[in-house]
Design a protein around this ligand. Structure first.
Ligand code: FAD
Length: 460
């Protein structure tokens, strides 16, 4: 793979008939266009092809083939390892392909390959419809879904990939493929967790679900109450109906009205319960947590699309995350998890999170290569800070959190929740049998591993 930019004639031939923009270093928008969510990633692509159509994508891929340039695919730019950018190569930037079209009768939505969660949620919300989405509105539907897609509604509606009905894709050779359960079924299977390994997905069609009511409870305590709260939270979710989702987390207390002054800007322990139902149902369900006398509380109805924006992080911060999937969460694991909270960088947007799983997440289709869906808990240290001087500390904290809970962890892990942790981790994440099957699909659709800037599956 060459990392040199292509010659002028080739650039001009790409521009001819290209619907979007072709940015080279030095162009006015170049620096803005190469910025991604993780500010610690600073790569300078040779070409950024801001595509507006499937044809643009095919043209850009053709140029990469002719020049031998390395290719990266950029959706929402949220991947923590920054693999949506290439140093010196060609970025296929899909952000302008963000249309979202609802068919309210068929209960489906079709979104462009570069749509964000906000694009999807804002189109579905006026119809009181929704599907499982990521927990930040700025995350790309593309990278999110192709990795599996975990969100607040997963215990009710399954993973995002469980709701995927069809996808349009451009292969490395420029072949246009439409895939669903009947057409190219092995490829369709691989798109349920195998990431961006098989081609550039230019459109996704999802099933939508009726969601007339949505509510949430966010309850706050001083951090020393963490172990008591987490035990109660764990016990609640052990028997909770699928309508409920959420997270137990440590965070920096935000400057909001419902947050008491002594927690603002300080390490705070929080129990978040989301409810695919009205506020009264949510209020009743959290009675055991209210019994622990939270120091701050917000319990309210809210349109789901609005709630989806609630945890949006500011851009321009540095990130390091990892994850472990736990087979059980006994009291010792609770204590180990909480004990590491004080080392989180505070104040910062970092989150020290446990997601309760189960419900339709565990009960959904078992054939897809996302075996972590069956683990009852996901531990996700999500480190976000501003000062480069904190890089080593932030990463170490995430490593330590994972090491602390590893005695209860399984090898399988959701690859969207981790950065680059090596090839063995990728193989292990898919569980026995799945990696080989994915590698066979890869060999068919991307035999030269053109799409290698991802959690990479090597062609069989
Ligand atoms: P990008 O960095 O643009 O893409 C990541 C990779 O996906 C690319 O390298 C490429 O290989 C591939 N890709 C993207 N789009 C396409 C496409 N159309 N066709 C082919 N390949 C493509 N994950 C969850 O599951 N649940 C969450 O709640 C959640 N919350 C998050 C919150 C924040 C603030 C952040 C930063 C991340 C969160 N994530 C969550 C992780 C997220 O799912 C992954 O980072 C995912 O890869 C992001 O996709 P993207 O398109 O935004 O990222």
């Amino acid at each position: 793979m060459t990392t040199l930019g292509p010659d002028t004639a080739r650039i001009e031939s790409l521009r001819g008939g290209f619907g979007g923009s072709v940015l080279l270093p030095g162009a006015a928008d170049y620096d803005k266009a190469r910025r991604i969510f993780n500010a610690a990633v600073d790569k300078r692509p040779g070409v950024i092809a801001q595509c507006t159509s499937r044809d643009d994508v095919a043209r850009a891929l053709a140029m990469a083939r002719e020049t031998g340039m390395e290719v990266s695919v950029r959706g929402g730019g949220h991947g923590v390892a920054g693999k949506s950018l290439t140093e010196g190569g060609l970025v296929i930037d899909l952000r302008r392909m963000n249309e979202a079209v609802v068919d309210a009768d068929a209960l489906t939505i079709r979104v462009g390959g570069g749509a964000t969660m906000a694009d999807l949620d804002n189109a579905a919300q006026p119809h009181a419809l929704a599907t499982t989405g990521g927990r930040a509105s700025t995350t790309g539907v593309g990278g999110f879904t192709l990795g599996g897609g975990s969100g607040w509604l997963e215990r009710k509606f399954g993973l995002a990939c469980d709701n995927l009905l069809a996808a349009d894709l451009v292969t490395a050779e420029g072949r246009i493929v439409r895939t669903d359960a009947d057409d190219h079924p092995e490829l369709f299977w691989a798109l349920h967790g195998g990431g961006g390994n098989f081609g550039v997905v230019t459109s996704f069609t999802f099933a939508l679900h009726k969601l007339p009511d949505f509510s949430m409870a966010l309850l706050l305590w001083s951090p020393e109450y963490g172990p008591d709260v987490l035990r109660t939270y764990r016990d609640f979710f052990a028997g909770a109906p699928d309508e409920f989702g959420g997270a137990f987390l440590f965070l920096t207390g935000p400057p909001e009205e419902f947050v008491p002054a002594h927690l603002v800007g300080r390490l705070t322990c929080a129990a978040l319960v989301t409810c695919a139902g009205p506020e009264a149902v949510c209020q009743e369900a959290v009675t055991p947590l209210l019994g622990l006398a939270p120091e701050g509380a917000l319990i309210t109805d809210m349109p789901y699309a609005e709630f989806q924006r609630m945890l949006d992080d500011p851009p321009g911060m540095r990130n390091y995350w990892s994850a472990e999937y736990l087979q059980s969460f006994p009291d010792e694991a609770v204590d180990a998890f909480c004990a590491r909270a004080p080392e989180m960088i505070v104040p910062s947007p970092s989150l020290h999170v446990v997601f309760p799983q189960g419900g339709m997440l565990a009960g959904g289709p078992q054939e897809f290569p996302v075996p972590w869906r069956n683990m009852p808990y996901a531990v996700h240290p999500f480190g976000v800070w501003e000062d480069p001087a904190d890089d080593a500390r932030g990463a170490q904290w995430a490593h330590d959190v994972c090491a602390d809970v590893r005695p209860w962890a399984t090898e399988t892990v959701y690859l969207n929740f981790i950065g680059d942790e090596g090839h063995a981790r990728v193989v292990d994440s898919f569980g026995p049998g799945n990696y080989g099957r994915l590698a066979a699909v890869k060999a068919e659709y991307d035999p030269d591993n053109v799409f290698h800037l991802n959690q990479n599956i090597r062609p069989a």
